[in-house]
Every structure is written in C-alpha cells, then in structure tokens.
Design a binder for this molecule. Structure first.
Ligand SMILES: Nc1ncnc2c1ncn2[C@@H]1O[C@H](COP(=O)(O)OP(=O)(O)O)[C@@H](O)[C@H]1O
Ligand SMILES: [Mg+2]
Length: 257
C-alpha cells in the first residue's frame, strides 16, 4: 500500500454550518476513488479539501505521511495535482495552446511541449481540432481538451468534479470509455466526484458515499453498491431503480459500441 493522501478528523464549516465532518479518508496510489452522494452532500467541498484548493476548519491532512501545514500549499505540492471541473475552464486561444499551458508554466522546452501536446491530443482523439479556437468546441470536445490539459503534466493525482455531467448521453459514454482506457494505461491515481451511479460503477474501484457532509459508506465500489447500508440505501436505491438489478446486484454497465 502506498498512501498518498489521508484526512484525519477534518471538519469544514461555512456560515457557521458544518459542511463536512470526516473522521478518516485515505487515497492510495493507483486508486480510482469515487465520491458519490446527493446534491449538496459536500462532494465538491471534499474534493477541494483533498486537492488542497480550500482550507479546513479543523483536523489534519497528510500527504505521503507528512502533515500538510495550514495555509496555501506550496507550488511544488500543487503541481503534483491536476483538477478538472464540470465546466471546462478553457482560456482564450486554440486547443493546442490550451493543452500546452501546464508545460509552458513549468518552462518545458518548446519542442518537448509540441511532442507531448500532439501525443495527448491523439490520446483524446482531438488531433483534428489542434488549431480550432476553443470558443467553437462542442461540450464533449471542450471536456476532452480539459482532460488532456489535466493529464499532460503527468499529475500524481487527478481530481475530477462531475466532468461528464453536462454531456449528452452518447457523448458521455464515448468519452468515459476513452477516458477509462487512458487512466488504465497511465495508472494515474484519480479522485472522481459524481452523483451518477452509472459513471461511478463504470469507472471507480473504491467508493465513498457522502450524505450531509459525512462519509456514510466507504469501500470497494462493487461491495458498496451491492450492499448499501441503512444510511446509503435511501440514496442508492433511488438510482438502482434505473439500472439493471438482479438479486440486489448492480451489473457492470455494458458500453455499446
Ligand atoms: N463557501 C460556502 N459558503 C456557504 N455554504 C457553502 C459553501 N460551500 C459549500 N456550501 C454548502 O455546502 C453544502 C455542500 O456543498 P457542495 O460541496 O458543493 O455539495 P455537492 O458538491 O455534493 O453538491 C451545500 O449545502 C452548499 O450550499
Ligand atoms: Mg458539487
């Protein structure tokens, strides 16, 4: 086991309200951790806390066994993480320029940047869009650029908040399938927030279900989905109505080609 991040007894408050209260959650290297729960459960807040984009009210965060000091994390630490959100926050310019940004900021030589951008555009099947202005991309294309931009810097941890939620169904299925192959190939440790059972079931190995700011169930994804507990079943059973079930088992989603 190779522990990358551990949260211990953390709380997060906003407006005198407890948004998160988590005794312990761990992220192992190579893991694909899903964070699932109803709207307003605290998923995005937990992601921001784990990615050290937001401070906590109390508790401790450990990175590779070392307590992370309070306050803004070092540039060195922040550069180990990539974050991609539901809305691809692309900058003015072309697809190529957007994917190149992370390497440019790291002063990587131009020739190497070009080589890597070409590689990652190929991985995400957007090579034909290289010169296109990002304003004119479809939602699916923009999300491919967003993910390529996050992956090109070889993050130690990739943090994703509902990256597929705004996409229409066929676009989502195709991108999820491509993305799964890319993550498998690279072995990138990933934290993936979603409210969607299908996405969680298809992509993640480990699952934390949060309700009202608390982790109500945590373990291997299949086990959690097949055996919800009294706190998670009201939420999970709603979802299961829409997915093929037999003997309380969520069958793996079959992706149609
Ligand atoms: N900065 C903030 N100030 C006040 N309330 C907040 C703040 N951030 C989040 N919240 C509240 O915390 C709860 C959890 O939010 P969020 O993490 O975005 O949930 P989720 O991503 O699961 O939908 C919500 O009730 C939200 O309104
Ligand atoms: Mg959210």
């Amino acid at each position: 086991m190779n522990l990358l991040i551990e949260l211990k007894n953390i709380t997060y408050q906003a407006n005198h309200k407890n948004i998160l209260s988590i005794p312990n959650i761990q992220l192992q290297a190579g893991e694909f951790l899903g964070i699932m729960g109803p709207n307003g459960a605290g998923k995005s807040t937990l992601l921001k806390v784990m990615a050290m984009l937001d401070g906590i009210s109390s508790g401790e965060i450990f990175y590779r066994g070392q307590a992370v000091p309070k306050g803004t994390p070092s540039l060195e630490l922040r550069r180990k993480f990539s974050v991609a959100l539901q809305q691809a926050l692309l900058l003015e310019g072309s697809v190529f320029q957007n994917i190149a940004i992370g390497l440019k900021l790291r002063n990587v030589p131009k020739a190497e940047i070009k080589e890597k951008v070409l590689l990652w555009m190929d991985q995400f099947q957007i090579s034909h869009l290289a010169k296109k202005n990002v304003h004119f991309l479809s939602g699916g294309e923009a999300q491919r650029v967003n993910l390529a931009r996050a992956m090109i810097v070889k993050p130690e941890i990739l943090f994703l908040d509902e990256p597929f939620s705004a996409l229409d169904f066929p676009t989502k299925i195709k991108l999820m399938d491509d993305f799964k192959g890319i993550i498998k190939g690279s072995g990138t440790t990933t934290v993936f927030v979603s409210h969607d059972l299908m996405e969680i079931n298809y992509l993640t190995n480990t699952l934390a279900i949060i309700v009202n700011g608390e982790v109500k169930q945590y373990g291997p994804t299949q086990r959690v989905l097949e055996h919800p507990n009294s706190a998670t079943s009201p939420f999970l059973n709603e979802w299961k109505k829409f997915y093929p079930l037999s003997n309380n088992t969520v069958k793996p989603l079959s992706i149609m080609r």
